[in-house]
Ligand binder design. Structure first.
Ligand code: AMP
Ligand code: ZN
Length: 501
């Protein structure tokens, strides 16, 4: 029996509004898609909350035995400053401001996003497709939508005809918005002459020749509409209908609503079986966002350099802070909450280190009460995670487990009172839930990895210096590292290694 059969997962499906039993279309395979960042600037802590939540979904489903294909895209074209399809292209705007090429902006912020993910122990997805790498697929989708009569072309742009779509389908089914109200509400506000109705949205947008990012299409040069990339890439890698699609609550409308309409309009099928939406990270009750000026960046957190921060916090303390609430609740930032998370993280991570050093001697027999207690906690770890990924409740179980760990260490609990099997199950579960599922790693070992990486970079530079016969530099690197207690050793084949005194 697999863990997912033993502990069936339930998910709050934003489409139905109900918590539903999760049954993948083709178990053990699971298709998971989450909207990735628009790489026009650095991600802030609010964005990271959402990426961390889907990292947990990916990790947990994988841990319990599903074979998950996780697709998280990179938006590197088509995302305008206004979601209604007007405004300027975010990447082009940053490129102008920073005096770089749009693709330099994309490269710079994709690299920075990956660095931040590594720090927060957010795993790379199985596939990380980019919008610019899927222009052909997006043009094909626009063609299909046009063929099916759900879009129209004006001056080289193609708009999705929401009113027409709604004659047969239900625009608003995900967000609960009423189309008549939408039609009413936006008529006056948005004087977009090209569109038949203000709520129509661009699936292909003509751009002027001075727009650097632009592609040829049957309608002239332009860029894909932002919502289109997720429709095209989701179905390309996960099929016409896949299991889970996630994103922040703010993407429900219009982004995800439009995604459904595009898929139905092109392929005749609603793309997603379970929609998941994470709630917002707030500051004093307000959504954290760059435009509100209340967002801080990961590097500001580590340095404690933002006015809202009382001190610096480590990535794992921040990750822990995020896991202390359920993804569907808002999470309010405060220094008190982060300091409390720091303490909680230390407690659980100290227990992890202790547990790793505890080895059962092999000659115990289960005391019925103790064994039942340990087994209850093991199964509660899985029950809470399977219950809509409730990390907050799982952490409460881990705190309980950490007390038992300390009791085994102090001798309050005796190994003789528990069988080796029961202890092993308890130990393995604690380690697996902490490390594999919640992705909480011991910061010491993280620092160790970092140090190892840095020394290897220096070894590489020293090798290069020697190859260039720059012995003054190669000796300087060796001597200065020695001064710090790092002894480099030259191997026979030119390989170098090191020891730390
Ligand atoms: P963006 O790069 O703006 O498309 O955002 C990337 C992801 O972060 C999306 O899934 C957003 O919904 C999410 N997001 C943005 N702001 C917040 C916030 N304050 N709290 C949680 N998630 C957010
Ligand atoms: Zn998306």
């Amino acid at each position: 029996m697999t863990l997912y059969e033993k502990y069936p997962v339930s998910i709050s499906n934003s489409l139905s509004g109900n918590k539903e039993l999760f049954t993948p279309a083709k178990a053990p395979f699971v298709g998971l898609y989450s909207c990735g960042p628009t790489v026009y600037n650095e991600v802030h802590l609010g964005n990271l909350r959402t990426f961390t939540s889907f990292d947990i979904v990916f990790r947990y489903l994988t841990h319990i035995g599903y074979k998950v294909r996780y697709v998280r895209n990179i938006t590197d074209a088509g995302h305008l400053t206004n979601d209604a399809g007007v405004g300027v292209d975010r990447i082009e705007e940053s490129a102008k401001l920073e005096q770089l090429e749009p693709m330099e902006i994309v490269q710079k912020y994709t690299t920075s996003f990956h660095d931040v993910c590594r720090m927060f122990n957010i795993l790379p997805p199985s596939i990380e497709p980019t919008a610019t790498g899927h222009i052909v697929e997006q043009i094909d989708m626009v063609k299909k939508i046009l063929e099916n009569g759900y879009a129209y072309e004006v001056n080289g742009s193609v708009y999705f005809d929401v009113r027409k779509y709604n004659e047969k389908h239900n625009y608003g089914e995900l967000s609960g918005r009423n189309i008549d109200e939408l039609l009413e509400g936006t008529r006056e506000l948005d004087r977009q002459d090209e569109k038949r109705n203000a709520i129509d949205f661009a699936i292909w947008k003509a751009v002027s020749p001075n727009h650097i990012q632009r592609w040829n299409s049957p309608w002239g040069q332009g860029i894909p509409g932002w919502h289109l990339e997720c429709s095209a890439m989701g179905t390309k890698y996960l099929g016409d209908q896949f299991d889970i699609h996630g994103g922040g609550m703010d993407l429900k409308f219009p982004h995800h609503e439009c995604e459904i309409a595009q898929n139905v309009g092109a392929l005749g099928k609603s793309p997603v079986r379970y929609w998941m939406h994470t709630n917002m990270l707030t500051v004093n009750g307000e959504k954290m966002s760059k435009s509100k000026g209340n967002s801080f960046l990961p590097r500001e957190l580590f340095a404690g350099s933002h006015p809202l921060l009382a001190k610096a916090y480590s990535p794992m303390a921040v990750r822990f802070f995020m896991l202390q609430s359920h993804y569907s609740s808002t999470l309010d930032f405060s220094n008190d909450a982060l300091s409390a998370a720091e303490k909680g993280f230390k407690k659980l991570s100290n227990a992890l280190t202790t547990l790793k050093s505890l080895n059962h001697p092999g000659n115990g027999t289960d005391d019925a009460t103790l064994a039942a207690d340990l087994k209850r906690m093991v199964s509660e770890c899985y029950q809470t995670m399977s219950d809509d990924f409730n990390t907050a409740k799982t952490l409460a179980v881990l705190f309980e487990m950490s007390s038992r760990i300390n009791d085994f260490k102090s001798g309050n609990l005796k190994f003789a009172a528990v069988s080796a099997e029961t202890f092993a199950e308890f130990k393995n579960t604690y380690i697996a839930i902490m490390e594999d599922v919640l992705g909480i790693k011991d910061e010491e070992s993280h620092n160790q990895e970092l140090m190892d990486g840095v020394i290897k970079v220096l070894i590489g530079l020293r090798k290069k210096a020697r190859a260039d016969k720059n012995f003054a530099l190669s000796d300087k690197i060796r001597d200065e590292l020695k001064g710090l207690g790092v002894q480099l050793m030259d191997g026979k084949d030119g390989e170098m290694n090191y020891t730390i005194e």
